[in-house]
Design a protein around this ligand. Structure first.
Ligand code: ADP
Ligand code: MG
Length: 256
């Protein structure tokens, strides 16, 4: 068996907004094919952590490795080597993000939304991209919406279009930031099903979610973030079945 490096590895990440420390030394490793669920109360730093992963946010200290290669080195202040523009592009296209609010472009049709980045950013062939885009729209169950505008879709359909858009980049990993939080319960299920199918296919994913049932169902590893630190982590059976820290116990019982 060949050994493959984790898709993304983060060591000792520190991030503040001005004087406000938000991440205080976080480590995450996402091995290929694993699903990591990131849980924690509002303001614990989950979104910031995802955004740091794909370099949408700068960080002050810590190391980020993509596919075993450092893109951001440890070292505070002037010692810190920033990622090059080529590395930023590589990491953004390889760690595709799906947001709570879908973030589809309203002036583009669903198909155009899915095709945009592969053509403009990745400079791939239009015919190849269109074929893949239609296949991914079919995969998430909205092939018939290719020529619709985002505003003509339900929230669940918009989120599925956003997932097709992320998949069309052919990324190494998918990052989801509360993908079902903006949806009504009945629409939530159709998005959860798509995410479950992706997990079953062996996609590498990091999912921020408030949905403990989905986290327990699909993740290999659960990380509980509290005030910018990992308070507890482990396999879902342990984190949900036998939480050790009082904060995690409180967090889980508050959600019932
Ligand atoms: P979560 O996703 O777990 O709810 P966030 O990562 O969004 O947490 O936020 C963590 C903390 O950082 C919060 O205190 C939040 O107010 C603060 N924060 C988030 N984004 C910004 C920003 N762009 N500028 C300043 N503070 C921010
Ligand atoms: Mg958030």
């Amino acid at each position: 068996m060949t050994h493959s490096a984790p898709v993304i590895a983060i060591h000792n990440l520190h991030k503040s907004y001005g004087d406000l420390p938000v991440l205080n030394g976080v480590d995450i490793t996402a091995p290929k094919g694993h699903v990591i669920a990131l849980i924690g109360s509002s303001g614990s730093g989950k979104s910031t952590l995802l955004r740091c992963c794909n370099l949408l946010e700068d960080s002050q200290d810590g190391e980020i490795l993509f596919d075993g290669k450092p893109v951001l080195w440890a070292g505070a202040g002037l010692d810190r080597r920033p990622a090059s523009p080529a590395q930023v592009r590589q990491i953004r296209t390889n760690l595709s993000m799906v947001f709570q609010q879908f973030n589809l472009w309203s002036h583009l049709t669903v198909l155009q939304n899915v095709m945009e980045a592969p053509i403009i950013v990745q400079k791939r062939d239009r015919a190849e991209v269109e074929e893949k885009a239609r296949a991914y729209l079919a995969k998430v169950g909205i092939a018939d919406k290719a020529d619709a505008w985002p505003s003509q879709l339900s929230g669940g359909q918009q989120q599925r279009a956003a997932i097709a858009r992320a998949l069309c980049m052919e990324p190494q990993a998918l990052l989801f930031d509360e993908p079902t939080s903006a949806l009504d319960p009945e629409l939530e299920q159709e998005v959860i099903k798509v995410i479950k199918d992706l997990a079953a296919e062996g996609r590498t994913m990091i999912i921020v979610t408030h949905d403990m049932r989905m986290a327990a169902d699909i993740s290999d590893h659960v990380i509980f973030l509290h005030q910018g630190r990992i308070e507890e982590e482990g396999p879902p059976e342990a984190v949900f079945g036998a939480p050790q820290s009082q904060r995690l116990q409180q967090f889980l019982s508050a959600g019932q």
